[in-house]
Design a protein around this ligand. Structure first.
Ligand SMILES: Nc1ncnc2c1ncn2[C@@H]1O[C@H](COP(=O)(O)OP(=O)(O)OP(=O)(O)O)[C@@H](O)[C@H]1O
Ligand SMILES: [Mg+2]
Length: 336
């Protein structure tokens, strides 16, 4: 696993204080709450969290693909220092595919069932001005790159296996030579063998093209094998961020610790997935305090009333009163 030197000049993407609400008929729910992070060139970062924590919303916001009922209520996204108009579809078109490309889970839904795959791979190139013939040649090169014989380019999606369809999605994502690939659970719908092969392919392509990879997953074993850094998301917020080595060896946030402990570990005689009891808070009523406090085994009285800030120590960030500088300086650690 590579150590990425973090620098302002190496920064490709910056997400800064981003909040996104979904709202219909006057009821709005906050899916993202002041999310901030950056991605450096060539870096592989995992975004992990329970269902509904805001991972896909983060990916969609970055790619300018938020649904029409979503509203960016604060913050911004910058690519190489320039602010992106993420809520303007037309303004985002030149950025999509060429700078950031997204690989979704379940390729069958994302591919056009009545179009041959080579044509579909060529499409983003043509949308970006490449002549048809050159785009078709590029599609064949891309098929080869992702391990599909180029003569299979005439196949329709239903004529390919699930793993091959996901390879087609990766080929499409690479078509316009982006510098960032976002994989939103790209292997979830696949069997274990195909999962491993697709992850291996992503890792190889990442190092071949110095791609930054934002990998959204529920699977912490995938994170350990694939990524340099991991960000843990809970109820629309990033609650912990650090290198994979640091987070796995010494998680600071109780949620991160419980997530790691929930993974089956035969060495510790834990053979089944141990779910974290309780449910995430309502994103509509947004109760005060730390969003995890009702499920947290280390909850203190302050946790029910004040949301902890995401504080940095070097490259590590954590949002938990157990680790907040204010609490440490006051010496107040009273369990509720
Ligand atoms: N189009 C939408 N309209 C209204 N609410 C939405 C919409 N999309 C997502 N949400 C809500 O926003 C919150 C975050 O959803 P999101 O899909 O980003 O979570 P996720 O972490 O990707 O979950 P999963 O692991 O299940 O894919 C959830 O409460 C979800 O119900
Ligand atoms: Mg999702």
């Amino acid at each position: 696993m590579s150590e990425v030197f973090r620098s302002a000049s190496g920064q490709l993407l910056a997400v800064d204080g981003l909040s996104v609400d979904y709202g219909l008929k006057g009821i709005s729910s906050r899916a993202l709450h002041e999310v901030s992070f950056d991605l450096q060139a060539g870096e592989a970062v995992a975004l992990v969290g329970e269902s509904g924590s805001g991972k896909t919303t983060t990916a969609m916001a970055i790619a300018g693909l938020l649904s029409t009922d979503a509203r960016v209520t604060s913050g911004e996204v910058r690519y190489r220092g320039a602010r992106l108009q993420i809520d303007d579809d037309a303004a985002m078109r030149p950025h999509r595919w060429t700078e950031t490309a997204v690989v979704f889970q379940g390729a069958m839904n994302a591919l056009n069932p009545v179009q041959r795959i080579a044509k579909q791979i060529a499409e983003p190139c043509m949308l970006n001005g490449m002549p048809r013939e050159a785009a078709m040649t590029r599609a064949k090169e891309l098929l080869e790159l992702v391990g599909i014989p180029p003569d299979r380019g005439t196949a329709y999606p239903h004529q390919l296996s699930g793993g091959m369809r996901q390879r087609v999605m990766i080929a499409m994502a690479l078509a316009c030579r982006p510098s960032i690939i976002i994989g939103d659970e790209p292997t979830t719908a696949l069997d274990v063998i195909n999962q491993a092969q697709i992850l291996k392919l992503l890792v190889e392509l990442r190092s071949k093209f110095n791609l930054a990879l934002l990998l959204i997953t529920h699977d912490l074993s995938v994170v350990a094998e694939t990524c340099d850094r991991v960000m843990i998301m809970y109820a629309g917020r990033i609650v912990e961020d650090g290198t994979v080595a640091e987070i796995f060896a010494a998680p600071k946030h109780p949620y991160t610790r419980l997530l790691i402990e929930s993974i089956p570990n035969p060495a510790k005689r834990q053979r089944v997935l141990r779910p974290i009891p309780g449910d995430p808070p309502s994103l509509i009523t947004r109760p005060p305090g730390c969003p995890f406090h009702t499920r947290c085994p280390s909850s203190m009285s302050i946790c029910a009333t004040q949301a902890p800030a995401l504080e940095s120590t070097g490259q590590r960030r954590v949002a938990c009163h157990l680790h907040s500088s204010q609490m440490k300086s006051d010496g107040v650690l009273v369990h509720a």
